[in-house]
Design a protein around this ligand. Structure first.
Ligand SMILES: [Zn+2]
Ligand SMILES: [Zn+2]
Length: 152
């Protein structure tokens, strides 16, 4: 009988072969289909009772572990900037066409606000370098101070 060891990520594994949760699931339902993952419903990677294991697609699994929630058939995610929980399909940009990228951290509204703000800042900085008037310099100073305050 092999004893279970803990992996770096906190899962239990038998020998060098099979993860314990995959093994438990397989004993109940058969082989795990290719492209699917076994997820721990309660978040405890060592709770490998069959009630705690759920078969999910790679996309679902990624979403669950990046803090998304499925409510009534729709996925929700909390925006890193405004802190509001919003629907992924409606209120977030997705980048599945770019390898290694998924859903934006910011909701659409926050993304747009930041893009507009950046454009405005660029315009101001261009104005200041072109005109070099005392008024433009005052605007730039004010902007830089505001930026510093935001950082610090
Ligand atoms: Zn999982
Ligand atoms: Zn937001």
């Amino acid at each position: 009988m092999l004893s279970a060891t803990k992996t770096k990520k906190g899962y239990l594994r038998y020998g060098s072969q099979e993860m314990q949760h995959r093994r438990v699931w397989r004993k109940h339902f058969g082989p795990v289909p290719v492209g699917y993952f076994i997820h721990h419903i309660d978040g405890n990677k060592q709770n490998n009772s069959i009630e705690n294991l759920k078969l999910v697609t790679a996309m679902e699994h990624k979403r669950i572990h990046s803090g998304c929630r499925m409510i009534d058939g729709a996925w929700w995610k909390r925006c890193k900037t405004c802190g509001k929980e919003k629907q992924i399909d409606k209120d977030f940009y997705t980048y599945y066409h770019i390898p290694g990228r998924g859903i934006s951290m910011l909701c659409k509204k926050c993304t747009i606000r930041i893009v507009v703000q950046n454009k405005k800042n660029r315009r101001l900085s261009k104005l200041a370098t072109e005109v070099k008037s005392p008024a433009a310099e005052r605007i730039m100073d004010a902007y830089e101070n505001a930026a510093k305050q935001k950082e610090g």
